[in-house]
Design a protein around this ligand. Structure first.
Ligand code: FE
Length: 237
């Protein structure tokens, strides 16, 4: 008789992922986004897949042109660099301006900054999986840029990185236990990326000591994940 395993979706939280920039171009325009769902699916021929949210600007470009490029980010990629591609929309800002890149054979911009390797793919098949489209692609170019370890999703989370709401692996934030009686210890949430500033922890990487109230953060302090300014933060409910 079968065991009743149940259906705890937390079982999926132990899957491992990398963090990649997926770019595409169409009609003389291009865009890029963070994607953690890129994986190789066959060696001969070399084939990969990328799952892209249908609402994302990059999705439109891949759909139109049938090509995309992937940059494998290195372990110590700065969080604001990831935030630039992960939490801002290309509809409002050109995310690729000022970023080191090369133009690939497909015409896609291949981001080389903070990347250990790049490759390009031509779409071989698409699978509609609901909120996302899985673009299976034939690899048509590839280059190793440097030795180094790829950034993993686990490492990204350890650096307090967040998954945006339209990522396949998005998890709603967990509420902090109520800290009664001390309003200066109120936590603040970044409206852009969901990062939570916790006064108990401060932001030591930016020189903010533990115990610093949100109100006392320097005016030029920005979200360590996405670079949003202080006025983009709201008190946690
Ligand atoms: Fe943020």
């Amino acid at each position: 008789m079968a065991d009743d395993i149940g259906l705890d979706t937390k079982a999926l939280w132990s899957l491992s992922y990398g963090i990649y920039i997926v770019t595409s171009c169409s009609g003389g325009r291009s865009n890029g986004q963070i994607c953690n769902t890129v994986t190789q699916v066959s060696a001969e021929p070399p084939r990969v897949l990328a799952a892209i949210n249908k609402d994302n600007f990059t999705h439109k470009f891949i759909e139109e042109s049938g090509v995309y490029a992937v940059s494998v980010l290195e372990e110590n990629t700065p969080m604001p660099f990831i935030g630039r591609f992960g939490f801002k929309t290309g509809r409002e800002t050109d995310k690729l301006t000022g970023v080191e890149q090369v133009e690939g054979s497909t015409g896609c911009p291949c981001v080389t900054e903070n990347a250990i390797s790049i490759f390009e793919a031509k779409v071989f098949a698409t699978v509609d999986v609901g909120a996302h489209t899985v673009f299976v692609g034939d690899v048509v170019s590839g280059r190793v840029l440097k030795e180094g370890k790829p950034l993993t999703y686990t490492q990204y989370h350890a650096n307090k990185g967040k998954a945006p709401k339209n990522a396949p692996t998005y998890r709603p934030p967990e509420k902090a236990e109520e800290k009664k009686g001390d309003p200066s210890m109120k936590r603040y949430v970044c409206n852009v990326c969901g990062y939570i500033y916790d006064p108990e922890e401060g932001d030591p990487d930016s020189g903010v000591a533990p115990g610093t109230a949100f109100e006392n953060l320097p005016d030029d302090w920005v979200c360590p994940v996405c670079g949003a300014e202080k006025d983009e933060f709201s008190p946690e409910d």
